[in-house]
Design a protein around this ligand. Structure first.
Ligand code: GCU
Length: 663
């Protein structure tokens, strides 16, 4: 029987351990931990969170060293001690790591700080840093670091590409899947502290008592990991499940219903985080159905929660009854409400004004609502970037947004830092959680950036790759640049030079710039590219839709003139002729062709790089990535060739001389 097992079964890797593999160390890093017996201790043992920190350290260290780790201090041992009520450290999860040749102490003000410190220590050790060289303090930059699951209670995940939902509502509350603990570990290891468990397109019945008991079981399991649960709440719930004739936020019976609902949830989950609400957006109900404003709706729910929780109100709104530029609608609806939202309301704003495209300029609402708590919403799941089969490391995209100067005296990161960041999760029931090994990096990167938005994409990629695959410098020096260029490759072969929303309708996977017959104009790709025989692009200047004027004057000025606009934003803000001269010296048409080709070439280069890295990666995961890169190489060509053929059908032009012929 044993002979039937594959010979490499012991080394098989299915990606389940994510970045928490804690692979065996070698060299100086190993020596520092093995010269003497190793012990991990804390005076606060017995606290659930401290116990998790201790268990994580003991398990991680024993994996990395191949030795047992003692649970009590013994003479002559290298001691790793957790001091979790140190008065000089801040609350909120801060910690300090102080290593020496004798061991290391993690200092924190509270157990959660010790847990974060333990994960940070494991991260450093797993990258090969010797124990005695570890010494620094760290604290989260943002109070709220959340995942938003677009998981439906029936197990289907909207825009999810990694299998079914990880939440097993059928068997809760009695049965808690081990995945729920492993998920909490992964999140806590990168500082995630809030989870919305259900889709923004919410079903009201998730608020019923039968689901509250299930949610309470999850809340109990995640509490020691510092994670609070939140629910997406359907605005019409008082009508849908409450038996009321209306959901008007100013109706006293509606207000009483939400208050009673909040009380009921808090009786079961004392630290319930609050509600996430998608209202009057894409057909969802909301206060405008009753002639009320977003502030009326949000404040009513905020009053029901009181100081126990937060209403997170989404700004992703655009309407079929509004024929102005979709880009301008959220700003137009929300900015006049600045200052009207209750203190426990947060307005959650997508990174850009359209919808999670491969590249969008930052949303003009950032910086424009100084009296409202704004939070950034990013999408970890790759709805418009090739799902889980295309390799695109998203940290550079988020870094681009976070670093953007809003022109209102702050970067986007500075605007949202007092509040937080939410990421639309990419997890599912696949063994590797995210549908592909490299998509795990996006989950990791989101958490790390929410913890510290000043971290560079390069640092994050290096940390992740070292923990996930191999800490060999030759591997990292090759895989990190590959990751850093991967998102730009997707931009180039899908939507170069500021083009957007050219994905096929509904599923958003392949190219369909030719689609122009959908009932709602703003769902048509042709709405966004506006190509004809003369030119291409969306004029958002004062000659066009004026959406550019929603940016602060200094920012609007950078993008006002096609001659001086950075080519990456050109067709986002301008409509130009096919002959428009580009900074490269090429015409716009030649430049477009060049960008599509660059995108395809970059994918081929990624495949070649990855092939060379086979010696550093276990066969199972190496092959899985190789096969995805083969899909991506085919589909990059599909995008380029279909897009160019369509543009040629519109502009009647030949491909510039020297263009490689289609596959
Ligand atoms: C996108 C996505 C929808 C989602 C929506 C939202 O439009 O395609 O599935 O519901 O964003 O963020 O609300």
């Amino acid at each position: 029987f044993l002979a039937m097992l594959p010979s490499n079964a012991a080394q098989a890797e299915d990606g389940y351990d994510l970045w928490l593999r804690h692979a065996p160390l070698e060299g100086e890093a190993l020596d520092a931990l093995t010269v003497r017996p190793l012990a991990v201790v804390s005076d606060q043992a017995g606290n659930a969170t401290v116990d998790i920190a201790l268990a994580e350290l003991r398990a991680g260290l024993s994996n990395m060293t191949g030795r047992a780790v003692a649970t009590a201090a013994e003479p002559g041992a290298t001691l790793i001690a957790l001091d979790c009520d140190h008065p000089q450290i801040a609350d909120g999860g801060a910690f300090s790591l102080n290593g020496s040749s004798n061991g290391l102490t993690v200092y924190a003000f509270e157990p959660l700080g010790c847990l974060y410190g333990a994960y940070a220590l494991l991260r450093d050790l797993a990258q090969g840093t010797p124990l005695g060289e570890i010494g620094y303090s760290d604290a989260p930059a943002m109070p709220l670091r959340m995942l938003n699951h677009w998981d439906n209670p029936d197990g289907h995940v909207e825009r999810g590409y990694a299998g079914r939902s990880i939440f097993d509502w059928w068997h809760l509350p009695e049965r808690l899947d081990q995945r729920m603990i492993d998920y909490a570990r992964a999140n806590a290891s990168i500082g995630i502290n809030g989870v919305v468990v259900n889709n923004v397109n919410a079903r009201a019945f998730m608020l019923e008592p039968r689901y509250i008991v299930k949610l309470a079981r999850l809340a109990d399991a995640w509490r020691p990991y510092g994670i609070r649960v939140y629910l997406s709440a359907r605005f019409s719930a008082p009508r849908d499940i409450g038996g009321l004739p209306t959901a008007d936020p100013l109706d006293p019976a509606v207000r009483a219903w939400w208050k009673a609902k909040a009380d009921e949830i808090y009786a079961a989950i004392p630290d319930f985080g609050g509600f996430l609400v998608k209202a009057n957006s894409e057909g969802q109900p909301g206060p405008q159905d009753y002639g009320r404003t977003h502030a009326d709706g949000a404040n009513m729910m905020a009053e029901a929660l009181g100081d126990r929780g937060t209403v997170i109100w989404r700004a992703f709104v655009y309407s079929e009854f509004d024929d102005t530029d979709r880009h301008a609608q959220a700003y137009a609806e929300f900015v006049p409400l600045d200052g009207q939202f209750a203190p426990n309301v947060i307005v959650q704003v997508k990174n850009g004004a359209i919808d999670f495209q491969p590249r969008e300029p930052f949303h003009p609402m950032f910086g424009a609502m100084p009296n409202t708590r704004l939070m950034l919403e990013a999408q970890i799941t790759k709805e418009y970037l090739g799902f889980a089969s295309h390799l695109a490391f998203l940290a550079p995209m988020w870094e681009e947004v976070l670093e953007a100067d809003t022109g209102h005296g702050a970067t986007v990161a500075e605007v949202v830092a007092p509040v937080g960041m939410a990421g639309v999760a990419n997890t599912g029931s696949d063994r590797n959680w995210s549908g592909s090994d490299f998509d795990q990096a996006n989950w990791y990167a989101f958490g790390r950036l929410a913890w510290d938005p000043s971290l560079s994409s390069e640092t994050i990629a290096r940390e992740w790759a070292a923990q996930t695959f191999s800490r060999a410098p030759a591997f990292l020096d090759s895989v990190v640049p590959m990751m850093l260029g991967s998102r730009e490759a997707v931009v180039d072969y899908m939507t170069p030079l500021g083009l957007a929303h050219l994905m096929d309708t509904g599923h958003h996977y392949g190219p369909a710039p030719w689609v122009c017959d959908l009932e709602r104009p703003e769902w048509n790709p042709c709405y966004y590219h506006r190509a004809d025989a003369h030119g291409i692009g969306f004029d958002r200047t004062e000659r066009g839709t004026h959406a550019l004027a929603q940016y602060a004057p200094s920012v609007a000025a950078q993008w006002a003139d096609p001659a001086t606009t950075d080519p990456i934003w050109l067709l986002w803000f301008h409509r130009v002729s096919w002959d428009h001269p580009m900074p490269s010296g090429r015409s716009l048409w030649a430049e477009l062709v060049h960008r599509y080709d660059s995108g395809v070439a970059a994918v081929d280069a990624m495949a070649a790089t990855w092939a060379d890295l086979a010696p550093y990666v276990d066969a199972q995961r190496h092959r899985a990535v190789t096969e995805n890169l083969a899909i991506q190489a085919n589909e990059a060509r599909w995008w380029r060739d279909a897009s160019l053929a369509y543009w040629q059908s519109v502009n009647g032009r030949e491909l510039p001389a020297g263009t490689p012929s289609p596959a």
